[in-house]
Each structure stands twice: as structure tokens, then as C-alpha cells.
Design a protein around this ligand. Structure first.
Ligand code: PMV
Length: 302
């Protein structure tokens, strides 16, 4: 059984596509997959009632992504049927596609008796991610394969960070789905039109990542919360938040969260809010319940 974990981006989404750092954390929830010998290669995702065959022309992107990863396995091999169990919402900013990719590649490795480091697994998942995201920074794949809390920068080795105190988050799904590919393309268009202005926003996010890292390492939850709210203000200037996400961020803060922001590509998806205790997290979940599809308390990097 292979596992790919979900992730949250604490700071730096979108800037990370353009060479700035991001601070991200793996989640205990993710995708598990197993591969068994069969008559033909296939991927079955029971939660989505979906079965795909690998093909470069498949209408369903999963079929194209499967083709991209399977064709990179060298030599003769028996066909494999991969079954995946997905415990993350898709298109919600929690890195579902990368978690699925890492789980699928890991399951095929296991079935073939192949050994691969977590870094190599993250790298192998990039071809899968390109099918869904066009121009992925690689942060989702890295966190899906390696987890923990870490600073990621495109093309560089992941830098693990050790939190001084547990980082407890409320993760709430707005129920609005969005496409990471189109959100990333929209921000890239803004960058093309006004490079100096958007670079200044990305540089602001990079400064937040550095300060956020310090806050994580020193256990300064109050600063960490303030930085999350500040990051949300910058994401807002890119016009990728939604009225619903804004309402959820305010409600979380009013219910005692230390800070809140969207996580991932935006345009919908999930909000994260920092809380000091699990009990406060439960209170924030209760306050959010009339506004969101689902909410739960999680420890970042657990
Ligand atoms: O929405 P998600 O979970 O795929 O997160 C995307 C994060 C971005 O920075 C917007 C894109 C990327 O590839 O880093």
C-alpha cells in the first residue's frame, strides 16, 4: 500500500510558481493506492466512481496522467490495475492531485519491487502534475512525497522546518471548486501585464515566508496568525479570493482564530485558520459550519 499525503500552503502560494519560496505542511490525510497484476493497465478511483485506461489521447485527464507516469517505467512488465482511495476533496487546494500521483507511482513501484527515494518520487510525480496544473511549482508533489513542515523553492532541495509548538489549523472547504491550472494562468497573465507590481506582491509574500518560518521555529503563534492574515491581504490584491472565503476568514477570526487565509490556488477551495488549542479549533469549526461544506482540525506536518 502506498500513500501520498495532502498538504496546506501556510504562506507563499502563487509566488512559488514564480521562483519565490513557500512554507507548506503535509497533512495526515491523503490518498492510498495498491497495484495488482491484471489484464490491462488501469486506475480505479472508487470515491469518484471512475476507472481510466492510460492513453495520451484520453479525454479524462487522469488517463493522460497515468499514461505519462507508466511510460516512464523501463522494460517489460505485467499490466497493473491500481486502486486508489482518496480521503481529500479534489480541486480544493489541499494537493489532491499530487497526493494521488505520489500514491499511484508508489503503488506501481511496490508491485514491481522498485525502490525510489521520496525526493525521486516527488520528481516522478511532476509529469503527472503537469497534466492537471500546466506549470506546477512542484510544492504539492514534494509535500505529498515528503510531508512535514518545510520551505520549498522551485528547483531546490526541500528545507525541513521543526515547529517549536504544534501548529493546529482549522481546514474548511468553501465547497466552491476551482481549477489550479486556470488560477495559475490568471496570475501569470497579471504578471505579464504589470511585472513590477506583481513582482512586488510576490516579494512581499517571500518576506512573509521568511518571517513565518521564524514564527514556526520559535513557536510564536500570535505572529504566525498575523502573517497568515497579511498573506491573505496580498492574495486578495491578486484577486484570487472569493466572497465566501473572505466571509469564512472573518468568521474564523471572530471565533478566536489567530489568523486565516485561503490555501492553494484560490478561486474557491479551502481556508486555513490558526488556532491555539484543539478546543478552540472545534469552536471555530462550529462557527464556520453554516458557511462551509466541511471543516476539521488538523496538525500541520503531523
Ligand atoms: O491548489 P493546489 O493545492 O494545487 O495548490 C496550488 C499552489 C500554487 O502555488 C497556486 C500552484 C503551484 O504549483 O505551486
Amino acid at each position: 500500500m502506498a500513500f501520498g499525503r495532502g498538504k496546506v500552503i501556510l504562506f507563499g502560494e502563487h509566488g512559488v510558481v514564480h521562483g519565490r519560496p513557500a512554507l507548506a505542511a503535509g497533512l495526515a490525510r491523503g490518498v492510498t493506492a495498491t497495484a495488482i497484476a491484471a489484464d490491462a493497465d488501469a486506475l480505479v478511483v472508487e470515491a469518484w466512481d471512475l476507472e481510466v485506461s492510460p492513453s495520451p489521447e484520453a479525454e479524462q485527464p487522469l488517463g493522460r496522467a497515468l499514461w505519462e507516469v507508466l511510460r516512464r517505467f523501463d522494460g517489460e512488465r505485467a499490466p497493473l490495475r491500481v486502486t486508489a482511495e482518496v480521503a481529500l476533496p479534489a480541486g480544493a487546494g489541499l494537493g489532491c492531485s499530487a497526493a494521488l500521483g505520489v500514491a499511484v507511482i508508489g503503488a506501481v513501484d511496490e508491485a514491481l519491487g522498485a525502490k525510489r527515494s521520496p525526493e525521486a518520487l516527488a520528481e516522478a510525480c511532476l509529469v503527472w502534475e503537469r497534466v492537471f496544473h500546466g506549470n506546477p511549482s512542484g510544492v504539492d508533489s514534494a509535500m505529498a512525497a515528503m510531508g512535514g513542515v518545510a520551505v520549498f523553492r522551485r528547483g531546490e532541495t526541500l528545507v525541513p522546518i521543526v515547529p517549536r509548538t504544534p501548529i493546529r489549523l482549522v481546514i474548511a472547504d468553501s465547497g466552491e471548486t476551482s481549477s489550479t491550472m486556470s488560477m495559475v494562468a490568471e496570475v501569470a497573465r497579471q504578471h505579464e501585464r504589470a511585472p513590477a507590481r506583481i513582482d512586488a506582491v510576490f516579494d512581499g509574500m517571500a518576506a512573509i515566508v521568511q518571517n513565518g518560518r521564524l514564527a514556526v521555529e520559535t513557536g510564536d503563534l500570535r505572529s504566525l496568525g498575523q502573517l497568515m492574515t497579511l498573506n491573505q491581504t496580498l492574495l486578495n490584491t491578486l484577486m484570487i479570493s472569493t466572497a465566501k472565503l473572505e466571509e469564512m476568514c472573518s468568521a474564523a477570526r471572530e471565533a478566536g482564530a489567530l489568523g486565516a487565509k485561503l490555501t492553494g490556488a484560490g478561486g474557491g477551495g479551502c481556508m486555513i485558520a490558526l488556532v491555539d488549542t484543539v478546543a478552540r479549533g472545534e469552536a471555530v469549526c462550529a462557527a464556520l459550519s453554516p458557511l462551509c461544506q466541511s471543516a476539521f482540525v488538523a496538525e500541520a506536518g503531523a
